[in-house]
Design a protein around this ligand. Structure first.
Ligand code: INI
Length: 171
């Protein structure tokens, strides 16, 4: 189903996952902040709803989406967080600027996640125009920040389930 017909937060709203005792980081880009701060609100709301203590959510701000991977790396280096959400909004312009930023950010976030072994979630909108961004930041297509938080919760749960030694398994 294309996003044209889909509320992208439907999955998040249906989720009953609970996450106890988690410390998580959020990196938010302040470029297009009328959008990205709505993504931030959605992410925090979903984390809190899932049982994450608001005081255990560390939010840092970076100037633009291009700086998201560096911000995420700074949080990961502190070794305090089980996972990170990166939030941004890169709106298509007249040049290919957006493509360079989006590719670099997606690659940077994936590399960080693979190298750290921790979830680093790509919560970056890549719309063609401001209306598409509004639709995905609490508008008719839901809130991508909410969706990113649900993905983080599921990935932390998965990581915990694999790290916790199970009785009777000798390896
Ligand atoms: N950063 C964004 O997050 N969104 C944009 O739409 C955007 N545009 O359009 O240029 C943008 N540019 C800034 C970029 O992310 C870096 O902050 C800048 O290039 C400095 O490294």
């Amino acid at each position: 189903m294309s996003s044209k017909d889909q509320n992208l937060s439907a999955k998040s709203l249906a989720s009953n996952v609970k996450l106890e005792n988690a410390k998580v980081g959020i990196v938010v880009s302040d470029w297009n902040q009328e959008i990205t701060h709505k993504l931030l609100d959605g992410a925090i709301q979903t984390l809190v709803k899932a049982g994450v203590d608001q005081e255990k959510i560390k939010t840092i701000h970076v100037p633009g989406a291009f700086e998201l991977p560096t911000g995420a790396k700074m949080l990961l280096q502190s070794d305090k967080y089980e996972g990170i959400i990166c939030l941004g909004c890169v709106i298509k312009g007249e040049t290919k600027h957006d493509e360079y930023i989006n590719n670099a950010v997606a690659n940077g976030i994936m590399q960080l996640s693979l190298i750290s072994g921790k979830p680093v979630i790509f919560g970056v909108l890549t719309p063609n125009d401001m209306q598409q961004a509004i639709d995905r930041a609490g508008g008719k297509h839901g809130n991508k920040g909410d969706e990113a938080a649900t993905t983080l919760i599921e990935m932390i749960e998965l990581n915990r389930s694999l790290l916790t030694p199970k009785k009777g398994i000798g390896y």
